[in-house]
Design a protein around this ligand. Structure first.
Ligand code: ADP
Ligand code: MG
Length: 250
């Protein structure tokens, strides 16, 4: 049968995660169902300890559920071994972390090139792609700077560029503005808005309303369960890309 709808990027079915065992067991996720379709921009929100990072680690194939199934872009990744998982990760997911996770000794360009190196991409193509994505995040003139020669906002831009190099179907961000001041935060969130506008699928974890306001769908987690999952209407608040210059052509 030909599918009536497109394959979800993320599909969690009755996913539970239990850390430890016996008396010290912690149920960090309890039978979570979550489907994210192509082009969606989803914010996962919740208080500290609610299970956000656990969910991010599972969606990001950094950890496995205790039970339940996870399909990423139509592939069941529940039972894959570590090597296969890391391959899946590098092809299908672009990560953006709160603390940037750049390699300090390496220039911005070298940091961005790494996923391409691991992916076996040839030299000419690598250099071209690095130029493209650094240009996309507005850092062409900082290509040879090391992270400690860049501001926090610039470091996060490098991380966004690195996440885009392999053109993955999913961008996954954990508190991407958590280490940034308000100006740099707005800058990075504007970048996510633009990425969403060009059809990228984004799952972003945050505890800040001002960050979640950029997403079009907000999933709230409490005590390991999804307690609400709602679309934000463009009229309900700030929703810049709904009124942006690109959508008022015609
Ligand atoms: P959040 O990111 O929303 O703050 P986490 O997913 O980190 O929440 O944690 C959810 C629950 O699981 C918390 O009760 C936390 O203490 C527990 N937890 C997280 N990681 C571990 C671990 N490696 N071992 C034991 N318990 C953990
Ligand atoms: Mg966390």
């Amino acid at each position: 049968m030909s599918p009536a709808t497109s394959t979800p990027v993320v599909s969690l079915r009755e996913v539970s995660k239990i850390y430890g065992a016996g008396d010290v067991a912690v149920a960090a996720l309890r039978s979570v169902d979550l489907t994210v379709g192509p082009g969606e921009y989803v914010a996962i929100m919740g208080a500290s300890g609610s299970g956000k990072s656990t969910m991010m680690n599972i969606i990001g194939c950094l950890d496995e559920p205790t039970s339940g199934t996870y399909e990423l872009q139509g592939h069941d990744v529940s039972g894959l071994d570590g090597d296969t998982l890391s391959l899946v990760r590098s092809r299908l997911i672009g990560f953006i972390f709160q603390s940037f996770h750049l390699i300090p000794r390496m220039t911005a360009a070298a940091n961005v090139e790494l996923p391409l190196l691991y992916g076996g991409v040839g030299r000419d193509e690598r250099l071209e792609r690095v130029r493209e994505v650094l240009d996309l995040v507005g850092l062409s003139d900082r290509a040879s700077h090391r992270p400690n020669e860049l501001s926090g906002g610039q470091q996060q831009r490098v991380a966004v560029a690195r996440a885009l190099t392999m053109n993955p179907p999913l961008l996954l961000a954990d508190e991407p503005t958590g280490n940034l001041d308000s100006t740099a935060s707005a800058d990075i969130m504007g970048m996510f808005d633009a990425l969403h506008d060009e059809g990228r699928t984004i799952v972003l974890i945050t505890h800040e309303d001002s960050v979640a306001e950029h997403a079009h769908r907000v999933v709230r987690v409490s005590d390991g369960q999804i307690v609400s999952d709602a679309l934000r209407s463009p009229a309900s608040g700030r929703y810049p890309h709904a009124q942006g210059s690109e959508s008022v052509r015609a």
